[in-house]
Design a protein. Structure first.
Length: 290
């Protein structure tokens, strides 16, 4: 192209609206061989656009690098993580789908009962003042009721008759022997435990009166001088009755004798027929006491 060409000279003219030497200007006028910059190039020349592009490129490169690294790892290494994520998602879904009553899901293994669940709650102990123990009086020994008198006897006579009957029952003596013994005591002492005025010793013991028939003492008027025993023993109604029954046993066939004959065989009295008068009353007394 010729330098004197008017079209060429027009291209080399310096623009009149800006700074011809400003490097940031969109039109460069360094020579005729330069063409005006395109609009797209001016957009990419902006600083914010360049920063955004650089950031996007960096992110893409990082994602590509991470994908390459994970691709090079073995497949089983990612399985535990994947399974854990799946289990966690299932657990979350299960919790979200519970009923409104919030009852726990049934477990295959029953929980072991705790000590607090199985232990029976103990009642609260309250400290109460000890109550005073009631005073107990020792029980007095009960005495058997006294028998009601019969056959015209007094209470003392009836009590002595009871002693005679009880001793005979303890010795397993038959009823007839009991009647013989009571009839004998009615004749000898009128059923009173008598001392003897001849024996001052007899008054040392409990008595219910006194007699003067030699040394005869007690219910059966047995004589110590005849070998019946000591004064002390003969003044005891139970012992005197036992001596009478033992002597009656020694008489052969006494069961077939009359009441008066059996009594006389034991006592050897000067009035043998006197015992017969007491048979009926003695039988009534024995019946009342047995």
């Amino acid at each position: 192209m010729h330098p004197d060409d008017p079209f060429a000279q027009k291209l080399t003219e310096t623009p009149t609206d800006g700074h011809p030497d400003d490097p940031a200007s969109p039109v460069r006028t360094t020579g005729r061989h330069r063409t005006p910059a395109r609009r797209g190039a001016a957009l990419f020349a902006s600083t914010p656009v360049r920063v955004a592009l650089a950031t996007g490129v960096t992110c893409c490169l990082g994602v590509a690098a991470l994908a390459g690294v994970r691709g090079t790892q073995d497949e089983p290494a990612g399985e535990p993580v994947r399974e854990a994520l799946i289990d966690r998602a299932a657990e979350t879904d299960q919790r979200a789908s519970r009923a409104l009553d919030r009852s726990p899901a049934p477990s295959s293994v029953p929980p072991s009962p705790s000590a607090s669940a199985t232990a029976t709650p103990s009642p609260t102990k309250t400290t109460a003042k000890p109550r005073p123990k009631p005073k107990t009086t020792p029980a007095k020994p009960t005495t058997p009721p006294r028998p009601r008198p019969v056959a015209g006897l007094t209470q003392v006579q009836m009590d002595n008759a009871k002693v005679i009957v009880d001793v005979g029952a303890d010795l397993k003596m038959p009823r007839r022997a009991l009647v013989v013994a009571v009839a004998t005591a009615m004749q000898e002492s009128n059923l009173y435990n008598l001392a003897s005025d001849v024996l001052p010793e007899s008054h040392q013991y409990t008595d219910q009166g006194s007699g003067s028939d030699h040394d005869s003492v007690g219910l059966f008027q047995q004589r110590p001088s005849s070998g019946w025993g000591t004064v002390r023993d003969l003044m005891r109604p139970a012992h005197a009755a036992q001596l009478f029954y033992e002597a009656l046993r020694q008489i052969p066939g006494w069961q077939s004798l009359s009441i008066a004959a059996a009594a006389q065989a034991v006592q050897i009295s000067a009035f043998p027929d006197a015992y017969a008068q007491h048979e009926q009353r003695a039988s009534t007394v024995v019946t009342a006491l047995t």
